[in-house]
Ligand binder design. Sequence first.
Ligand SMILES: NC(=O)c1ccc[n+]([C@@H]2O[C@H](COP(=O)([O-])OP(=O)(O)OC[C@H]3O[C@@H](n4cnc5c(N)ncnc54)[C@H](OP(=O)(O)O)[C@@H]3O)[C@@H](O)[C@H]2O)c1
Length: 347
Amino acid sequence: MPRDVSIAVVGATGAVGLEFLKVLEQRAFPVSSVRLFASPRSVGKQLAVNGKPVSVEQTHPGCFNGVDFAFISVSSELSEELAPQAVEAGALVIDDSSAFRMRPEVPLVVPEINGQDMEEHRGIISIPNCSTTQMVMAIAPLHAVNPVRRIVVDSYQSVSGAGSGAMEELRSQANATLTGEDDILSSRIAFNLRPQIGDFLSSGYTKEEEKMSEETRKIMHAPDMAVSATCVRVPVLVCHSEAVHIESEGPWSVTDARNLLANFPGVSIIDNPQAGEYPMPWDLAGTDDVYVGRIRQDWSHPNGLAMWVVADNLRKGAALNAIQIAEEVLRRDCLKPTSSLSQASSA
Ligand SMILES: NC(=O)c1ccc[n+]([C@@H]2O[C@H](COP(=O)([O-])OP(=O)(O)OC[C@H]3O[C@@H](n4cnc5c(N)ncnc54)[C@H](OP(=O)(O)O)[C@@H]3O)[C@@H](O)[C@H]2O)c1
């Protein structure tokens, strides 16, 4: 049995942080002590951790001393500042932001797919973008038997992917529209779709779409896998949905694909379209698996397969994946880094 560990949760009051505290308790993660951090606005707030109230603190020099795992769920800019402090204090950082994901010395991990990568960590392990995680969970078991050459994906991403503020914005916009007090002039998301997540790049793709391409290649160890994404924000509170089209080396039998997916840990099939059964975000919020349905041969390509993939972005897309990484670190007994981050970056 792994020993109990001391953890810090930075961003504990955010959309991911609050879900993290639920997952921590549900999975009985072995903690000896928990410290919670957020912005100065939240200092003194009490949050329940394993049924007991814990006060939220502000980060300060030395706040990571004695911490084994620092789970960081704040902006990339803040992660860049805080993660090195935590590493310096001897903690293993599991970071939810995009700050470190593409650094060669930082493992980017979905434990069911590339858990072995974490053994080479140097103090920081990143989790992927939420839209990437659920897509690679549905691609990996297929890629293992019939290599995937190209992915075309359209995402339908919930507002919680942009944090607790965006959830509040959807609620208040929807209410204002329904009560006829609608004076929303810009950034409307209620009863709307927005085909932009992240800034636009010179390629015409957005930053979110670039993340889906680059992170997928890194996690899958598939530098030549072609990925084209269109990421859309939709007026859904929780769960991202994706229409995923793959082209593989050889043709697909739908039965084989369904069996491969059904046997992969963390993937569930809901695929009885004639009966109106397919994954939908409202039904699946608060659950752990990645759900796949509408599995069919893509009739526009001889080696193509199409599917519909839904998962809770706050759980498998963030908090659950982070805790699964920590569980796997304990199982593999690799809490301490193979070398320091500073040694790695000077190499
Ligand atoms: N949401 C998702 O589905 C998802 C999925 C994967 C990865 N991520 C990543 O996870 C990170 C957090 O996302 P989120 O959705 O949870 O955002 P969020 O709901 O906006 O929460 C942000 C958190 O950061 C805290 N914070 C702000 N300033 C701080 C400071 N100076 N010191 C310490 N804490 C501070 C906030 O505290 P206050 O409450 O006190 O302001 C809050 O707890 C982001 O990098 C995001 O890209 C999110």
